[in-house]
Structure formats: C-alpha cells, structure tokens
Design a protein around this ligand. Structure first.
Ligand code: CA
Length: 321
C-alpha cells in the first residue's frame, strides 16, 4: 500500500490569475505576497519547474476565485473570451502539462453556455469552473439551465469552486473573527459552507432532474457532503418533505477532488460513500504547495489500483484527457 504507483499525476484544481480579470477586483492582489502573485500569474516555465520538482505531471488550470462570478454580463462576456483565449495559448504551448477549465460569464447564462461550447470545441477545454454565487444569485435558479444543458450536451463536468460568502452571511456569521482570522470566511470554513449550500440548493431546485447527465465536481473532499450525506438524505426523507432522493443525485451526478484536504480519514469516508471512481486528485496550487499533496500519496491507505484511479485514471475518463 505504501509508495506511489507508476502512473501520471494529474491535479485538477490548480489556479492562475489573469490580470484582465483580477483588475476588476480592488485590493485582491494586495492581499497576496509577491511570491504568491508570481506563481498565480505564471503559466509557463516557473509553474512547470514547481510541478517537476514535486512530481506533478499535469495541471488542469482554472482561474482563481472569484473569476467572473462577481462581474455583471456587461463586462464578463467579452472578458471571458479574452481570458479563455489566453489560457488556451498556455495549454497549447504545453499540451502534455496543462489542460484548461473555462471561465464562464454566468451573469448571462446563454452567453455562458455559448462560451462553454466555444471553449470545448475550439480551445479543447475539459469543462468549466464556476466560483460560488453568480453576481449574487444562487445557481439553482432556472435561468442558469442553459449552462447545465450545454455541459450535458458536450459531456463535460462543471467544477463548483468556493468563493467568499455573500456579504450578508459574512456580516452575520463571521464578522467578529474576520480581523484576527481572515481565513475563517475562506478555506477554514466560510468557503465550505457557501459551496455545500449552493450544491444542496442545486439538488433541491431540481437541476439534476432537469439535467440528469450533468456532472458536478466539488473540491476539498466534497465540502463535507460525503461525511453528511447519510444525515442529509435521512432528514430530507422524513415526513413533510417533497419526495426526492438526495443520495441518488449525490451518487449519480457528483464527483469530488482532494484539493487542499490531504486527510486519510476524509479519503476513507468519501470512498465509502461515493466509491473510488468518483474521487480525483487535486492540490489547489499555488494556495497549497505541490509538495504537500505529493507527500501524501505514499501514505494513502489505498491499493495501487485505486491510487492509479485517484491520481489520474478517473481524470482521464471524466475529462477525456
Ligand atoms: Ca481552489
């Protein structure tokens, strides 16, 4: 069980920043140190040198949060095209090292669906990443259905990634601790609650009934949902609820990654609830160091066959790499 099997390592929640996008968010760059900014803005040799040093064969690249999800369609539609074209150039330059997830202008769902199609057919992208609420709106609203319909038609997954919670939520739930612990609204807790809530609402809102072949990827071992699926499913089956099987949707439509959560207990729980075929490797570079993810691999409590699936086999199948 110990050791790393002889297989490629494909990490699928690896981020970069496009200055054309981040310039729309005041102060976002000031929050980060110079080395982090250098890593985020690099889509070339510097990034590959870090991958080589740690042993990461391929990164599936996505823009970091909030990408285009906090921008109105007036800006986001054109910006998406420019940013996706630039990402495609990097992927074309290093076709064995980089693949891409599209950034989508979700504020205009029809344009977002068209951009997803363009990115898959013309740029060779493997799906798209959406970061939290779309310009303040929950993704279970039927207006977003064109995006899910296109993902189904193209048979590409949508990666639902966290973003900073709605300002009303941060104000009521986290304000007291935000100064001393800025991560409390982010990776430590706020991200997870926000993203799991959006995913649950998508199930309750019937997104997967309307789009039964839609594939949704969640990072961070499913934002706690594998740990809680029994209880969520049981509670939603109690009298007084509309008839619906949460577990069925969760088992049919959801995939999860290991991004930034290199925990053996979390891995075992997720595997017991979802099966190894639905777990994909991710690191969350550069917010998490490649080495942290790679050093975990020898200690995963998995046989080689399952490790190979997790490290690249499942990604090759789901993303058609
Ligand atoms: Ca991330």
């Amino acid at each position: 069980m110990r050791g790393k099997p002889n297989c490629p390592v494909i990490a699928i929640e690896e981020h970069y920043w496009d200055p054309d996008i981040t310039s729309n968010y005041a102060g976002v760059e000031a929050f980060r140190d110079p080395e982090m900014l250098k890593r985020l803005h690099d889509l070339g040799e510097y990034r590959i040198s870090h991958m080589d040093k740690a042993g990461v064969d391929m990164q599936v690249l996505s823009h970091g949060a909030p990408s285009l999800q906090k921008l109105g369609a007036d800006k986001a539609v054109d910006l998406a095209k420019r940013a996706n074209d630039r990402l495609a150039t990097a992927c074309q330059k290093y076709p064995t090292r980089f693949a891409g997830f599209a950034a989508l202008p979700t504020d205009n769902p029809t344009a977002a669906a068209a951009e997803l199609e363009r990115c898959e057919k013309t740029l060779g992208f493997k799906g798209a990443m959406i970061h939290g609420l779309s310009n303040g709106e929950f993704l279970d609203e039927p207006k977003f259905d064109p995006i899910w319909a296109m993902a189904e038609k193209l048979d590409v997954p949508i990666y639902l990634h966290p973003s900073v919670p709605h300002p009303n939520v941060t104000d009521v739930y986290y304000k007291k601790y935000m100064q001393e612990y800025p991560m409390v609204i982010r990776a430590a807790w706020g991200f997870t609650v926000e993203t799991a809530t959006i995913a649950i609402r998508m199930v309750l809102g019937g997104v997967f009934q309307r789009h039964p072949k839609m594939k949704l990827i969640l990072g961070h071992f499913g934002e706690t949902l594998p740990f809680l699926v029994w209880r969520i499913d049981q509670a939603l089956s109690r009298p007084g609820q509309k008839s619906m099987s949460f577990r069925q949707v969760f088992s049919n439509n959801f995939y999860v990654t290991t991004s930034g959560n290199f925990s053996n207990p979390a891995l075992l729980c997720t595997m017991m609830e979802m099966g190894i075929d639905r777990i994909l490797f991710a690191i969350d570079y550069p917010f998490v160091n490649n080495e942290e993810g790679m050093e975990w691999i020898p200690n995963m409590p998995l046989c080689d066959e399952d490790k190979i699936k997790l490290l690249s086999g499942n990604a090759k199948r789901l993303l058609k790499l």
